[in-house]
Design a binder for this molecule. Structure first.
Ligand code: ADP
Ligand code: MG
Length: 352
């Protein structure tokens, strides 16, 4: 666990970069520091590996003050990834990754073998090993940066805007790989970004910073979306946060009606011989059938169900079982009632 204990940072000649920050980053989880530019995220991150020292307060790793630890030993246990990867331009990809293990005393052969394995781990085939950083795309360089930070197998990883310099499509891919990698590795990760969507997607916990180095809110992505503590956080997480928060719950507990209840809306769900949905038949105008536009299972998210109900030509979402057979329907009025009840039963978040 990484603890920020009442940290203040005032740069000489500058304003307050971090203002009485107290925060706990749990071991083995991804904690994202997010907020507008200049609000003290990088400053806070760099206090963990002592690249910045606090004006007052303490940073502790597993209860030990980093200020009292040997700097070299401390940094050996902390990987660091930055925007644009920060690779050595005159070394090959393989040497970039192998450098750290060699510094730690592993033989050249061992280090290179380990580097090769890491490159594959981050999704780069071995054909890249002999290239120089300038011969790679931004996304590939970023992967090398991650591989290099992992090379010493540090329990802690600091990542400062690691995915910000790559285009959105590549970023999507890097996000997926990063989450998959973290599932295997279970590092303690502190990541900085200015992108709230990235924070919500990647963070187990998210700390939202506000101008002046204030911590505005610290919580799970779900808490931020459902219970922002103030207007700033609500505005920052974005307008469609209600819809987005529906992706955190499955439809497992959503009550469905028997398909025959579609008659209440003047329609009938037409099934094929094996019971799979084919389309909607309106009592008033039997032909042509209207498309169901897809179906959901209990494992799908409430967001999908809502989308199906809204986009359905008859305002009804169809549930299917594992065999694909229609086993229930959700009328949009019923869904709205359910979502309202779900909101009302949510425990209120105490204001800090
Ligand atoms: P963020 O990463 O959230 O964009 P930073 O931590 O980089 O913010 O910066 C926080 C504040 O501290 C900003 O106002 C910035 O200008 C200031 N700052 C950052 N580094 C220094 C420095 N080395 N010297 C003086 N002021 C700095
Ligand atoms: Mg920064």
């Amino acid at each position: 666990m990484i603890t920020f204990d009442d940290i203040v940072k005032v740069y000489p000649g500058g304003g307050t970069a971090v203002d009485h920050l107290s925060l706990e980053l749990p071991t083995g989880k991804i904690t994202v520091l997010v907020g507008p530019s200049g609000c003290g995220k990088t400053t806070s991150l760099r206090m963990i590996n002592r690249m910045v020292s606090p004006t007052s307060g303490r940073v502790l790793i597993d209860g030990r003050n980093v200020a009292e630890q040997d700097e070299a030993v401390l940094r050996r246990g902390i990987g660091y990834v930055i925007q644009h990867a920060g690779l050595f331009p005159h070394r090959t990809v393989l040497d970039n990754v192998a450098t750290v293990p060699m510094l730690l005393g592993r033989s050249r052969r061992e280090a290179r073998a380990a580097a090769m394995e890491l490159l594959e781990r981050v999704g780069l085939s071995t054909e890249f090993a002999g290239r120089y950083p300038a011969q790679l795309s931004g996304g590939q360089q970023q992967r090398v940066g991650v591989a290099r930070a992992l090379a010493a197998d540090p329990p802690i990883m600091l990542m400062d805007e690691p995915f910000s310099a790559v285009d959105p499509v590549v970023r999507e891919g890097l996000h997926r790989e990063f989450l998959r990698l973290q599932q295997d590795l279970g590092k303690t990760i502190a990541m900085v970004t200015h992108d709230i969507d990235e924070a919500i997607k990647l963070g187990d916990l998210v700390a939202v910073f506000r101008e002046g180095g204030h911590l505005a809110q610290f919580g799970t992505p779900r808490e931020l979306l459902e219970q922002p503590v103030d207007e700033f956080v609500a505005e920052f997480v974005g307008r469609d946060r209600g819809i987005r928060s529906l992706s955190f719950d499955t439809a497992a507990e959503l009550e469905v009606r028997p398909p025959a209840d579609a008659a209440l809306d003047g329609v009938e769900l037409v099934l094929d011989a094996s019971g799979r949905p084919v389309g909607w038949r309106r009592a008033a105008e039997p032909e042509p059938l209207l498309a169901t536009g897809g179906s959901f299972t209990g494992a799908d998210s409430l967001r999908l169900v809502t989308d199906l109900a809204i986009s359905s030509p008859v305002g009804i979402a169809v549930r299917v079982g594992p065999d694909g057979k229609a086993d229930g329907i959700v009328r949009h009025h019923d869904l709205v009632d359910y979502l309202a009840a779900r909101r009302d039963h949510r425990p209120a978040k105490p204001t800090p």
